[in-house]
Design a protein around this ligand. Sequence first.
Ligand code: FEO
Length: 399
Amino acid sequence: MNTPEIKDKIFWVGAIDWNVRDFHGYSTYKGTTYNSFLVKDEKIALFDTVKKSHMNELVHHIRQLVEPTDIDYLIVNHVEMDHSGSLPEIVELIKPEKIFCSKMGLKAIEEHFHPADWPLEAVDNGQTISLGSKTVQFLETRMLHWPDSMFSYLQEDKLLISSDAFGQHLASSERFDDQIDFSELMEQTAKYYANILTLYSPLIRKLLAKVKEMGLEIDMIAPDHGVIWRSHINDVLNAYADWSQNKGKRKALVIYDTMWASTEKMAKAITTGIDMTGVSVKLINLAQSHRSDVMTDVLNAKAVILGCATLNNGMLPRMAGFLMYMRGLKPTNKIGAAFGSFGWSGEAVKLMNAAMEEMKFDIIEPGMRVKYVPNHTDLQECVEMGRRIGQAVIAQTQE
Ligand code: FEO
């Protein structure tokens, strides 16, 4: 790839991972990028590195602009391995005068790489360094999404290098938001938020308020994954503000796994009932949908209705796995309800309700269970349950 100049003397030198399809349980059907940025000022600075497997691509891009040994400063905004895996080799190659990171970043670098003599320097929140004509301000963003995470803000360029925040797992030859399809961009941005950042929503609300309070002018946001925001900055900031509120739209999900299609019949009847109220509803079979895509739907939904047959006194493994994943991400402010068929013990509904209680969902139904195969009356009751859910969604949302 080439190394586009994204701002005066600031170049993209990252790597494109066209083939990655799994990111610790997050499906990355569209691949991803590991973005690094090189600033050619009086001091030459490299912001972030790349996954170890893509180090040669980074080095090749750097060499198109400077000799690696010309780089003075290395800035590590985030120590997760997709951005730091190549750090030992890169430090050895460029021999930087200084490596800047947050205080927690310094600890994380030590605990990952056990360096003997790297010139590490921990920076304070708000601290600045000069590269010559450009000033870099460091903004600590602890737990967004690791303890070490920070942003680098280039004041004169109004450029926010935002680490994982505002990123998308999206491989493309294009580098900017206005060069790709907008709906695809926002879908991948939402998926990223849903699967990486949902549990940090309270911190995101605080961060957005802080940025506003500081009066930080932002002309460009350069995340460490995906394309760079230059034309749709307000769109992504507004989307983050919206998602972090966890309000939910007038939309319900009926998410199920089924054994011999009885729970599926119930799921379809409940979906019909919700639809009859005019609420947007989506039927999701966990056997056909990846958990990370389901979480993207959960991000904007007001109601999450779970259905599962009982197997061996518990849930089917796909529902158990999905609930483990969703509980970790802690979506809040949802309406919940459970249903499922059973043969003789029927614990699945109780277990799904317990998981939703733990997430503080507003459980509006005791849970509907049907023995073996639902008859017409059972399905009519499922439709009625769906109608009650739809009405609750309408009562709790504004269009
Ligand atoms: Fe893209 Fe948290 O690493």
